[in-house]
Design a protein around this ligand. Structure first.
Ligand code: HEM
Length: 347
């Protein structure tokens, strides 16, 4: 990205915004004995017979949400990521803590407090529509995977096929969250290790981080870079001075910034494109975890490759989302459930 594009963005856009807050091909052949059945796999046409219009139904909700409440887009993509990394892609992040229970659900973990309500709303609306058309059939986990893809596409990103057949998980524990999600100050080493523990490569890490081409972050996730980087009482020397100035104007060192957010992508904040990587090259990354991907020899080549080639990013992102969407999926009644309401376990 040419830096000459930046000042306009910094003045007009980067202004920090107030936050409003088949199937498994489960073989039905009688020739196949249960003991020899092939392991169930996710498949694109899993609901071909049971709910053939599932994708169109979800799309009516996601397109309306995107029109009326656009923050639903990035929020839902992040929700899918946090679902998959904790207990696998099983809708466990959607469960609400039982009133009076001492055991908090994932959703109420400190690391999930900023998952935007608009994302939960999108999934709950899609679920209630599906319950009127194909009751008891489509899992919340699948709805989340489809909705995340829809929002990627609605924001200008690729449209990729979503495999389905996930069941919803029976467990959701806040205490499982912290160690399974990355943090804004995680080192590249930590990120690579965490992603490897989910079966994802360093390239997947770089590609999936490209989701930060849309969406926002609260000041608290990067304020240390602005005033006191690693205890130096100085800003992060790697941050572009114009970005530093703009961010400081909205994020004071202490207090008052609790609800203030800044866009991840200062050049095209609402467009799903590869500008995220071009920004990293120009030292316009928002989080330490973003910017470090450009400085680490293990991830830099991929950042550079994707900065140059949007089609390559789209292709790689589609493949990586499919891979992420397969983490720890539950299949069948023995391991999972189908909920009527995504926020409440089935009886
Ligand atoms: C690689 C390590 C990652 C770290 C450290 C990280 C961290 C964060 C943080 C701190 C926020 C801001 C939350 C807030 O203040 O409200 C955020 C937002 C977001 N993240 Fe990540 N993230 C990572 C990877 C990913 C991945 C893999 C995806 C999806 C594939 C993703 C998608 C998003 C999206 C779309 C947002 C914007 C949410 C919104 O605007 O509501 N992130 N992330």
């Amino acid at each position: 990205m040419s830096l000459s594009l930046v000042p306009y963005s910094l003045i007009t856009i980067l202004l920090i915004l107030p936050l409003t807050s088949y199937s498994l091909n489960m073989s039905t052949s009688s020739a196949t004995t249960p003991a020899r059945r092939a392991p169930r796999q996710l498949s694109v046409d899993y609901y071909a017979r049971t709910c053939p219009h599932v994708e169109q139904l979800v799309a009516t909700v996601t397109s309306q949400q995107f029109r009326e409440v656009p923050v639903s887009g990035p929020a839902t993509i992040r929700l899918f990521f946090h679902d998959c990394f904790v207990e696998g892609c099983d809708g466990s992040v959607l469960i609400s803590t039982k009133p009076g229970s001492k055991q908090w659900a994932e959703k109420d973990a400190e690391d999930n407090k900023d998952l935007a309500v608009e994302a939960f709303d999108s999934i709950n609306k899609a679920k209630s529509l599906l319950e009127t058309k194909c009751p008891g059939v489509v899992s919340c986990a699948d709805i989340l995977a489809i909705a995340a893809r829809d929002f990627v596409h609605l924001a200008g990103g690729p449209y990729y096929p979503v495999k389905k057949g996930r069941w919803d998980g029976r467990f959701s524990l806040a205490s499982n969250v912290n160690l399974n999600v990355p943090h804004s100050n995680s080192t590249v080493n930590e990120l690579i290790k965490l992603f490897a523990s989910k079966g994802l490569t360093p390239d997947d890490l770089v590609v999936l981080s490209g989701a930060h081409t849309i969406g926002f972050s609260h000041c608290k996730n990067f304020v240390n870079r602005l005033y006191d980087y690693k205890g130096t009482k100085q800003p992060d020397p790697s941050i572009d001075p114009r970005l530093l100035k703009a961010l400081r104007m909205s994020c004071p060192p202490f207090g008052r910034s609790g609800t203030v957010v800044a866009p991840f992508d200062v050049t095209t904040p609402f467009l799903f494109d590869n500008a995220y990587y071009q920004n990293l090259e120009a030292r316009l990354g928002l989080l330490t975890s973003d910017q470090q991907l450009f400085f680490d020899a293990r991830t830099k080549p991929m950042v550079q490759a994707l900065a140059k080639d949007k089609q390559r990013f789209f292709q790689a992102f589609s493949v990586a989302m499919d891979k992420m969407g397969s983490i720890g999926v539950k299949r069948g009644r023995k391991h999972g459930e189908k909920r009527k309401y995504c926020s409440v376990h089935a009886l």
